[in-house]
Design a protein around this ligand. Structure first.
Ligand code: ZN
Length: 169
């Protein structure tokens, strides 16, 4: 189900207000505000080895058929989405990420290191989103950046939607 532009904007505003308190730090990760458009990101507090679980992402469960999650919502399975709490909500996308997102239980996802991660490195995973009108341009800066925060096979569809969006303006 797709949200209307107005509905999504309103929802996002209320989530932003709720997440106004953005400081977070523990022995494994911390949240840092890049400022401006880039917003917050999650960084490693210590070194992580390939395959290591960096942290478990929990939050509020949302039924997929009543889906009205924010942009932070994560897909769990056909029936459920997860609206993650901080710090999980602030993990940024990258087209060449240093972490994978895996489901670790019925109610949580896990961020797992893909490679050796040094302390103070930003943690990111590949969102692999479907192409939709509200999808932002990617700012990951990696050499193989797809240009949009969508899955590899959705790039063509996303380009078509972006063309349509441009005409509608
Ligand atoms: Zn990118």
């Amino acid at each position: 189900m797709e949200l209307s532009k107005k509905r999504r904007k309103k929802l996002q505003q209320s989530v932003e207000a709720y997440y106004g308190y953005r400081r977070y730090e523990d022995r494994d990760v911390y949240v840092y505000d890049h400022g401006g458009k880039l917003g917050c990101g999650v960084f490693a507090s210590r070194q992580f080895f390939p395959g290591e679980l960096v942290f478990e992402i929990t939050g509020q469960m949302i039924r997929a058929d009543k889906y009205d999650g924010s942009v932070y919502a994560m897909h769990l399975d056909d029936d459920w989405y997860l609206e993650p709490t901080i710090p999980g909500a602030f993990i940024n996308h990258s087209c060449s990420p240093n972490c994978d997102l895996i489901q670790v239980s019925d109610v949580s996802n896990g961020l797992v290191a893909r490679c050796n991660i040094e302390p103070n490195t930003e943690l990111c995973f590949d969102y692999q989103w479907d192409a939709q009108w509200w999808i932002p341009k990617c700012q990951c800066g990696s050499r193989n950046c797809r240009g949009w925060v969508v899955a590899e096979e959705k790039v063509k569809k996303m380009n078509r939607i972006a063309q349509r969006n441009k005409k509608a303006k």
